[in-house]
Design a protein around this ligand. Structure first.
Ligand SMILES: Nc1nc2c(ncn2[C@@H]2O[C@H](COP(=O)(O)OP(=O)(O)OP(=O)(O)O)[C@@H](O)[C@H]2O)c(=O)[nH]1
Ligand SMILES: C[C@H](OP(=O)(O)O)C(=O)O
Length: 214
């Protein structure tokens, strides 16, 4: 019996000077290592979920034997050019989702709508499952979740919104690191621990602190 083809998962990635909103707690070299660690967590989960990952990078970049495509254009232009070349369903997943799980990916892949949308906290879009890539386009940044709903509606495509704590937790700000230290089990958590980032409790709120000697 022949196996069903793996779903292509495209991961946009900017390896140089990424995660600038974490500049207060990590220097550039650390942010680059941390972004790579989060990417590694996402790639492992995609493999476990039976997807075929591909990195869409702004510069030449290698991660094991994962295929990389290079596109120097900005995020939206690069992804829309990619979508226009695809005939089969595509998963678009951000690289800063280190808590994503195979179960959550499977749940998204089992949605029957033309577009499955996983919102990010604060109005962004963390994962999209696009069954008809040539009929959809992306518009990231700002309230991109609302924009993606509107784009699907305008194109006459059905959509389903998938709520998942682990997929909706993208790591943008210092406060988001708390979630990795509480829920994470992969490379990203190890990296934070290696550079001395740990949980702190101040006035009853959980935050993070970095040990001075690291
Ligand atoms: N291919 C490509 N990917 C990008 C680009 N900009 C960001 N990304 C990726 O898109 C995803 C979401 O990006 P952001 O959350 O804005 O991450 P970031 O740009 O590293 O973070 P900030 O500098 O803090 O805004 C991540 O997977 C990034 O690596 C780009 O210009 N091209
Ligand atoms: C790419 C952008 O990511 P954010 O800046 O919201 O993390 C978005 O989700 O539209």
């Amino acid at each position: 019996m022949s196996e069903s083809p793996k779903i292509h998962a495209i991961i946009p990635f900017r390896p140089i000077n990424p995660k600038t909103r974490l500049s207060g707690v990590m220097d550039q070299e650390e942010r680059e290592s941390f972004a790579r660690a989060m990417l590694g967590d996402v790639i492992s989960v995609l493999h476990t979920a039976g997807c075929s990952p591909c990195i869409l990078s702004t510069v030449p970049f290698e991660y094991g034997d994962v295929t990389t495509q290079i596109d120097t254009r900005d995020l939206n232009e690069a992804l829309n050019a990619y979508l226009s070349r695809q005939k089969m369903p595509v998963l678009i997943i951000m690289s800063d989702l280190p808590l994503v799980t195979p179960d959550a990916i499977q749940r998204l892949l089992s949605c029957t709508a033309d577009v499955g949308i996983v919102p990010g906290r604060g109005g962004g879009t963390n994962v999209l499952y696009v069954r008809k890539p040539q009929e959809f386009r992306v518009d990231y940044y700002g309230a991109s979740f609302c924009d993606h709903v509107r784009i699907a509606e305008d194109a006459g495509l059905s959509y389903e919104v998938i709520d998942s704590f682990f997929m909706s937790t993208d790591i943008d700000e210092k406060e988001d690191l708390v979630e990795i230290l509480i829920h994470g089990m992969g490379r990203s958590r190890c990296f934070l621990q290696e550079i001395g980032i740990q949980l702190s409790l101040e006035h009853g709120r959980v935050g993070i602190q970095r040990s001075a000697h690291e």
